[in-house]
Write a protein that binds this ligand. Structure first.
Ligand code: G6P
Length: 472
């Protein structure tokens, strides 16, 4: 029977070694969370990196055995590959460029070469597991070359590619010395998906201006093949988030946390540590809010959770220091013996704790400078069972296209962020409920299952259409 092979740089589990013992925890990031409920079905397989360097072949065998029962297969990266492929080319060249932080991007030939080698390594592993009728679904910017590499080895395979981060405009994308090779890599897929129409439009424009391929209605003709480009906004597992929020355990946690926080108003902020998330800008806006509205002193707390991420990369280390400093400065300036304006956590926390945070927050501040989609805002909405609460959302997040009932702000406009906080904290409950109910309806319908189904249906349609084009 044909199976689905999901491929992403990171597996949905993260391997750690404590006192010589291997342990497995859930990975951070939307992708792992998003596809979590799909890959365990039937004979499907998820191939990716377990998040830790293991060079000992004996230990590698144990990992293969351990995760095989959950339909996963590991690709082991060496220390140098982690440095040059993952930290280097993926996160110091592609990530900043694709998020419009090209001033942070580095362009180094040796990093590029390792990126090519590691994409090839993934390809070789997949070929070992794939049968001719299987569907291979490749995810994200770490594996942009993989679709073409797979196409070369498996010419008739059904290959989908989905990019979870933004695709920048041609003017930014063209800065990359390897722009042509990267596009050609992606074009090996039958279907290329993005979260938003704008990302798709930018990709088509780059393909047209850099390689010269054109087409109509999202179709690209490469001379010997046709492929489709389309947008598929990713949803969340809505029922999972609303069910956790309804559980006895989470309700108890919420009561306890509310008591401990102590203020009647709670603003929540939850992100991976990343400069694309706009954490310092958000803190500065909160500081200005406290300065402008002294009547809220002692009455509002910003509960800020920052999840550690990519901490070996220089820009992330610098950001950590900046956030620590800002939190310290604001708390130092405004705290009194009864009140700390910011409660700051730098760690990952279990789902139940996050859910209790979402429940207790009357405002969620989700203000990235740039974000492919952003699932935190969707999780917040799904967790507000009584339909109270206000979402302040950046226009630069893909999710803003669907959630127009949020208070939409430009994260560079600090005054607008401050007035949005005031508006959110003073919004009448009836008005909150109208907006929350509308957003919940949208997210319930366009959930993760809908997203997977839509992408898969479209992929089958492309295969049928290709056959009719070949025979006509
Ligand atoms: C984003 C990316 C994912 C990535 C995740 C976590 O959501 O789109 O591809 O896995 O961040 O980042 P990390 O570098 O820890 O894998």
């Amino acid at each position: 029977m044909a199976k689905l092979i999901i491929v992403s740089n990171r597996l949905p589990v993260k391997l750690q070694e404590k006192d010589g013992k291997l342990t497995y925890t859930t990975s951070e990031g939307g992708l792992a969370t998003g596809l979590g409920s799909i890959y365990k079905k039937q004979d499907n397989l998820w191939i990716g990196w377990p998040g830790m360097v293991i060079e000992d072949t004996g230990k590698q065998k144990i990992v293969i055995e351990d995760i095989r029962k959950d339909n996963m297969y590991p690709v082991f990266l060496t220390e140098n590959e982690v440095k040059e492929f993952y930290e280097g080319f993926s996160n110091e060249t592609l990530w900043p460029t694709f998020h419009y932080f090209s001033q942070y991007a580095i362009y180094e030939q040796n990093l590029w070469e390792t990126y090519v080698e590691v994409n090839q390594k993934y390809c070789d592993e997949i070929v070992k597991h794939a049968s001719p009728n299987d569907t291979i679904w490749v995810h994200d910017y770490q594996l942009l070359l993989l679709p073409s590499m797979l196409r070369e080895k498996l010419p008739d395979a059904t290959i989908g590619f989905f990019q979870h981060i933004p695709f920048p405009s041609y003017e930014v994308f063209r800065l990359l010395p390897w722009r042509k090779e990267l596009l050609e890599g992606m074009l090996g897929a039958d279907l290329v998906g993005f979260h938003t129409y704008d990302d798709m439009r930018h990709f088509l424009s780059s393909v047209n201006r850099i390689i010269g391929y054109g087409g109509m209605h999202g179709w690209i003709n490469t001379g010997n093949r046709s492929l489709l480009v389309d947008s598929f906004p990713m949803g969340i597992d809505y029922d999972k988030y609303s069910e956790v929020a309804a559980s006895e355990k989470v309700m108890k946690l919420e009561q306890q946390y509310r008591k401990n926080v102590g203020t009647e108003n709670i603003i929540i902020s939850i992100d991976r540590l990343d400069y694309s998330k706009g954490i310092p800008q958000r803190l500065q806006a909160f500081e200005l809010f406290l300065e402008k509205y002294p009547e809220f002193h002692g009455k509002v707390t910003l509960v800020m959770l920052v999840v550690p991420s990519r901490d070996a990369v220089e820009k992330y280390k610098e950001l950590k220091e900046e956030v620590d400093e800002l939190v310290g400065r604001i708390n130092g300036k405004y705290s009194d013996i009864h009140w700390n304006p910011i409660q700051y956590f730098y760690r990952s926390l279990p789902l139940e704790v996050l859910s209790a945070f979402y429940r207790m927050a009357n405002v969620a501040l989700v203000t990235p400078m740039r974000d492919g989609m952003n699932l935190v805002c969707k999780e917040y909405v799904a967790s507000k069972l009584d339909q109270t609460g206000v979402l302040i959302l950046s226009e630069m997040a893909g999710a803003s296209k669907e959630l127009s009932d949020a208070l939409l702000i430009n994260p560079n406009d600090i005054n607008k962020m401050v007035s949005a906080m005031y508006e959110a904290l003073t919004m009448p409950v009836e008005e909150q409920k109208v907006h929350m109910a509308t957003m919940q309806d949208t997210l319930k319908r366009y959930n993760i299952h809908h997203w997977v189904g839509l992408f898969m249906d479209r992929l089958s349609y492309v295969k049928i259409k290709q056959m009719s084009l070949e025979t006509s």
